[in-house]
Ligand binder design. Structure first.
Ligand code: NAD
Ligand code: LMR
Length: 329
C-alpha cells in the first residue's frame, strides 16, 4: 500500500497535481483532502484507468480518515498571492492552515514524508518541524519544502539563453523560496560561461522573481498552479522513486532542516554560516527521505554576493515560522 494524501486537493495546484499523481504506478491510494469540493474532484479522477484508488474527503471532521497511514502528505493548501503581495503576506492565514494539517499528519501519519508547497515556504516548513517536535515524532529527513518550481523555471529560462534542451539542463537553485532568498548557481551550468555579467544578472533576477511574473499575468486570479503542479508531482514522485522503488542517485534541491544530514551539512554551513538552520540544498533521496546533503560546489563571486543578500531575510522567515508554534499562535 502506498497512500499519498494531497491536502488542498481541490485548489488551483491541488487538482492538476492530483491528476499528475494519478498517472503514477507507484501510488496505490490517492487520498484527496480539502475544505471544499473534494468529492467532485475525487469522483472525476476515479474514472481514470490507472492503478491508484481515489478517495475524497471534505472538512476537518474527515481529516483523520484522509491522512491516516499515508506514505506521503503533500500540502498545497492555503491562499495564493495577488499582485502587490509578498509571500510573507500570506503567513498569518497559511501558517494556521499548515499548522493544523501538520498536527493531523503528526497524529495520524507520523512516519509520512511531508512535502510543503504552501507559502511562505521559508516559514511554513519550520512550522511543520515544530509541530512534529511537539508530538515527539520529528524526523528532519522527512520534512521538505518544495522548491522544485525554482529549478524548473531556472532550466527553462537558462535554456532560452544558451540554446540547450530545457528538460536536460540541471540548474542548481539553493537558499529559500522567496525573491532574494532564491539563489541560482548558474556558474555550475555548462554553457553559461559565454553569458555576459548583465545576462547572468537578468536571468538570475527572472528566476528569483518568476513567481511575480505569473502573479502579475494572472492579474488577481492567483499564482502559479500548472507549473507548480508539474514541479510538485516531479518532487513527490522522486521521493517515492527513492523510498519505495529503492532507486539510488535521485537528487533534488529541496528546503530542509540541515540536521537532516549533520555530516553533509558541515560543508553547507562552512559556506552559508553556522546559524542557518534551513536551506534549500542538493539532497540525495533514499528510503528514509534525506539520505545525503550534497555540497553546494563552487560559487562565483556574484553568487557569494547573492548568498550574503539572502541570509538575513531567510533567518527572519525561519524564526517567524518556528516561533508561530513555540511561542503560540
Ligand atoms: P488555491 O486557492 O487555488 O487552492 C488552495 C486550496 O486550499 C483551496 O482548494 C482551499 O479550499 C484549500 N484549503 C484552504 N484551507 C484548507 C485547509 N485548512 N485544509 C485543506 N485545504 C484547504 O491556491 P493555489 O494556487 O493552489 O496555491 C496554494 C498555495 O501554494 C499558496 O499558498 C501558494 O502561495 C502556494 N504556492 C507555492 C509554490 C511553491 O513553489 N512552493 C508555487 C505556487 C504556489
Ligand atoms: C511561485 O514561485 O510561483 C509561488 O511561490 C507562488 C508565488 O506566490 O509566487
Amino acid at each position: 500500500m502506498v497512500k499519498v494524501t494531497v491536502c488542498g486537493a481541490a485548489g488551483g495546484i491541488g487538482q492538476p497535481l492530483s491528476l499528475l499523481l494519478k498517472q503514477s504506478e507507484l501510488i496505490t491510494h490517492l487520498s484527496l483532502f480539502d475544505i471544499v469540493n473534494t468529492p467532485g474532484v475525487a469522483a472525476d479522477l476515479s474514472h481514470i484507468n490507472t492503478k491508484s484508488k481515489v478517495t475524497g474527503y471534505v472538512g476537518t471532521a474527515q481529516l483523520e480518515e484522509a491522512i491516516k497511514d499515508s506514505a506521503v502528505v503533500v500540502i498545497p493548501a492555503g491562499v495564493p498571492r495577488k499582485p502587490g503581495m509578498t509571500r510573507d503576506d500570506l503567513f498569518n492565514i497559511n501558517g494556521g492552515i499548515v499548522r493544523d494539517l501538520a498536527i493531523a499528519a503528526a497524529k495520524f501519519s507520523p512516519k509520512a514524508f511531508i512535502c510543503v508547497i504552501s507559502n511562505p515556504v521559508n516559514s511554513t516548513v519550520p512550522i511543520v518541524t515544530e509541530v512534529f517536535k511537539q508530538f515527539g515524532v520529528y524526523d528532519p529527513r522527512k520534512i521538505f519544502g518544495v522548491t522544485t518550481l525554482d529549478i524548473v523555471r531556472a532550466s527553462t529560462f537558462v535554456s532560452e539563453l544558451i540554446g540547450a534542451e530545457a528538460s536536460q539542463l540541471q540548474v542548481p537553485v539553493v537558499g529559500g523560496h522567496s525573491g532574494v532568498t532564491i539563489i541560482p548557481l548558474l556558474s555550475q551550468v555548462v554553457g553559461t560561461s559565454a553569458l555576459s555579467e548583465d545576462q547572468i544578472a537578468k536571468v538570475t533576477h527572472r528566476i528569483q522573481f518568476g513567481g511575480d511574473e505569473v502573479v502579475q499575468a494572472k492579474n488577481g486570479a492567483g499564482s502559479a498552479t500548472l507549473s507548480m503542479a508539474f514541479a510538485g508531482a516531479r518532487f513527490t514522485l522522486n521521493i517515492l522513486e527513492a523510498a519505495i522503488r529503492g532507486t539510488s542517485g535521485v537528487v533534488e534541491c529541496t528546503y530542509v532542516h540541515l540536521d537532516a544530514d549533520k555530516e553533509g551539512a558541515k560543508a553547507i554551513k562552512s559556506v552559508v554560516g553556522d546559524d542557518i538552520e534551513y536551506f534549500s540544498v542538493p539532497v540525495e533521496l533514499g528510503i528514509n527521505g534525506v539520505q545525503k546533503i550534497k555540497p553546494l560546489g563552487n560559487l562565483s563571486e556574484y553568487e557569494q554576493k547573492l548568498l550574503s543578500e539572502a541570509t538575513a531575510e531567510l533567518k527572519g522567515n525561519i524564526v517567524k515560522g518556528a516561533s508561530f508554534i513555540t511561542e503560540g499562535s
